[in-house]
Design a protein around this ligand. Structure first.
Ligand code: ZN
Ligand code: ZN
Length: 640
């Protein structure tokens, strides 16, 4: 073609213009002379449409600078149509963009969510550099296309291009889950070979990758070897611990880093608050809260949501509600946290009221978690009828949230709690899902409370098939047989249990006193004040036995004599923590004890007697809910 033969650059301007015009006539309205500086003015005024006209005017005189300017504006405005016209202009004028401009095209298409077009630009590049590859990899990983990001990374390595720190940082964000972890480990070895390990971005991403894959020890290893730490890497490791439920480790690390002068951002605080919620360490929680207030961070919804959750899990709903009420903006997570808080505390009417308020406000649509919180709140709070109404509305499709198996589980719980064990059993049989342990479990609990041995036996057998290793089921069935006087069955159940070599998740209870967490395990002899604690438990036992407490020996499945059983019961971790709480707090002050598992029937009864005989309010937070015990009566109504 002619324009390829004539070297325009040596022509005087007016000659260029006239030749140029013969080529551009078909697609442009000529206006002379073309004015490249006009471009910048138009763009700096944000007048993209006029700039496009100017581009067409300039036709083949468009140069790198012009394309770069207009393309950047298209990226900024995410103007897909306009950007496409720029790209088309390059093609029709046979402009051959350098690597830099083609990479800008990739970025442009990716920003406009046209990943296919972005990829086509990359694939058609006659030569690519590390920036172009990285732009595309980052486009994939930012949008969650992990396997595309990883396979493009491999393709890049095969092409002989060396990744840089940003490439590694980007591709590592795609290494999540079990498969991603394997890739991540391989990438880690590449990083070591390329000596990128000391790059702070690469280090943080590596750490994040390990933390998200649940490999917290590897994450910690990377963290400790970072040449310098910033708020991002500190937050990644702390939230890694918190997400795995390693709350104590998270808190300990946070305190250490604070002493070392680490800066915190709202994500750091939110992660620490999650850890503190798990620990129910309210004194620490208040400290973090005041840190947040002092640091004058802008009010982040995420952070406020974590505060609501932290206070409610630490047993202080008043604080939760105060934060909730003062929020300038609430997300569905804020509502869910508040609803779940009331639910766990057995405050059914508060759940129902708040849910009504949520509907009236009508700013936020309830989601599946909202309905779970409402249904289980109704169940724990004795509002069975309202709960069933809500469920029926869900089934009718009015709510726009279809009930899932967890919602059905709440209904089983509701019916069981209301004493309608048979109805609950029929309900399970009519479910559109195969019942899981989470469905049968609450019904077995209901059978124990309402002493329905027939259905209880059936349900327990289903449960023992599904999860033969769960010791809790054996204990409940044993309680049930014992209450019916079926001692022979208790004995054969014990044999079955030892045959299957059931291992129970070790029970653990803890209590926060003067900003220190004291953890007790069953028959714990490791606590420095163990003698005092055991003496206190024995003292409590004598006093409450006088008031009528009888140890529930069916809670012990070991094949030992009765005296031995009573000893085992007394060593339960929640009793030790409770005794320690009574020693360490002034008379009349409420005691809050946390347990990692469901509280056992005997310990529940023990705490009730203690609250009555010693006139103390005892709060117990177990895996499922809060038990507020005062004057010998528990807020759960002996059903949990
Ligand atoms: Zn117990
Ligand atoms: Zn209770």
């Amino acid at each position: 073609m002619l324009w390829k033969i004539i070297d325009f650059s040596h022509q005087p301007k007016h000659v260029f213009s006239s030749i140029f015009n013969t080529f551009t006539r078909q697609f442009t309205l000529p206006s002379f002379p073309p004015n490249p500086s006009k471009f910048k003015t138009l763009i700096s005024n944000g007048q993209l449409k006029q700039a496009l006209l100017e581009m067409v005017n300039q036709g083949r005189e468009m140069k790198f600078e012009g394309y770069d300017t207009i393309l950047n504006e298209c990226v900024k405005q995410r103007a897909i149509r306009e950007g496409q016209r720029v790209h088309a202009h390059m093609i029709t004028t046979h402009y051959l963009p350098p690597v830099y401009l083609r990479t800008r095209l990739i970025v442009f298409y990716a920003k406009c969510e046209c990943l296919g077009d972005a990829r086509q630009v990359l694939d058609e590049m006659p030569e690519k550099n590390v920036v172009s590859w990285t732009a595309m990899i980052s486009a994939y990983s930012q949008r969650g296309y992990a396997s595309e990001a990883l396979s493009l990374f491999v393709k890049m390595l095969r092409s002989g291009t060396m990744p840089n720190g940003f490439t590694f940082a980007t591709v590592l964000t795609s290494c999540t889950g079990a498969l991603g972890f394997n890739h991540g480990r391989q990438i880690h070895s590449l990083i070591i070979k390329g000596i990128f390990e000391s790059n702070i971005y690469v280090g943080s991403s590596l750490l994040d990758m390990y933390a998200k894959s649940g490999k917290i020890h590897e994450a910690r290893g990377v963290f400790e070897s970072l040449p310098e730490r910033d708020v991002v890497s500190c937050t990644a490791i702390i939230s890694g611990y918190a997400q795995l439920g390693l709350d104590e480790e998270a808190l300990e690390l946070f305190r250490r880093l604070q002493r070392e002068g680490m800066a915190s951002n709202f994500v750091t605080y939110a992660s620490v608050l999650t850890a503190l919620s798990g620990l129910a360490a309210i004194d620490h929680g208040k400290q973090v809260h005041s840190h947040v207030l002092r640091s004058e961070l802008p009010s982040y919804v995420v952070l406020e949501n974590s505060l609501i959750d932290m206070y409610s899990k630490c047993g202080n709903l008043t604080y939760s509600r105060r934060i909730f009420d003062n929020m300038s903006e609430r997300t569905v997570i804020s509502w869910n946290a508040m609803l779940a808080g009331y639910g766990k505390h057995g405050m059914g009417p508060a759940v129902v009221d708040l849910f009504k308020f949520m509907r009236e406000e009508n700013n936020v649509k309830p989601d599946r978690i909202t309905f779970l919180a409402v249904l289980s709140g109704c169940s724990h709070g004795g509002m069975e009828d309202r709960g069933l109404e809500v469920f029926d509305e869900m089934v009718s499709g009015k709510e726009g949230v279809e009930p899932e198996i967890e919602h059905y589980g709440c209904v089983v719980d509701l019916l069981g709690r209301a004493g309608q064990v048979e109805k609950a059993f029929e309900f399970i049989k009519s479910m559109p899902f195969e019942p899981t342990a989470a469905i049968w479990g609450p019904l077995l609990g209901a059978c124990r409370v309402h002493q329905n041995v027939d259905i209880g036996e059936h349900v327990a057998n289903r449960l023992l098939e599904i999860e033969p290793e769960n010791a809790g089921n054996y204990v409940i069935l044993s309680n049930l047989y014992a209450s019916a006087g079926r001692w022979e069955d208790v004995r054969s159940l014990r044999e079955l249990m030892s045959e299957k070599a059931v291992t129970k998740e070790p029970g653990r209870s803890w209590i926060e006193l003067n900003q220190t967490l004291h953890t007790f395990h069953a028959s714990d002899r490791s606590h420095p004040r163990k003698e005092e604690v055991f003496a206190k438990v024995r003292e409590l036992l004598v006093k409450i036995k006088e008031a009528g407490y009888v140890p529930d020996l069916s809670c012990v499945l070991h094949d030992v004599d009765e005296e031995q059983k009573e000893k085992i019961l007394l060593g339960h971790s929640e009793k030790l923590a409770l005794a320690f709480g009574l020693i360490g707090t002034p008379e009349g002050k409420p005691v809050l004890v946390m347990k990692n598992l469901r509280i056992c029937v005997d310990c529940h009864n023990f705490a009730k007697f203690v609250s009555k005989v010693y006139s103390r309010e005892v709060s117990l937070r177990d895996k499922n809910r809060f038990h507020h015990i005062a004057g010998g009566i528990c807020s759960c109504g002996d059903y949990w």
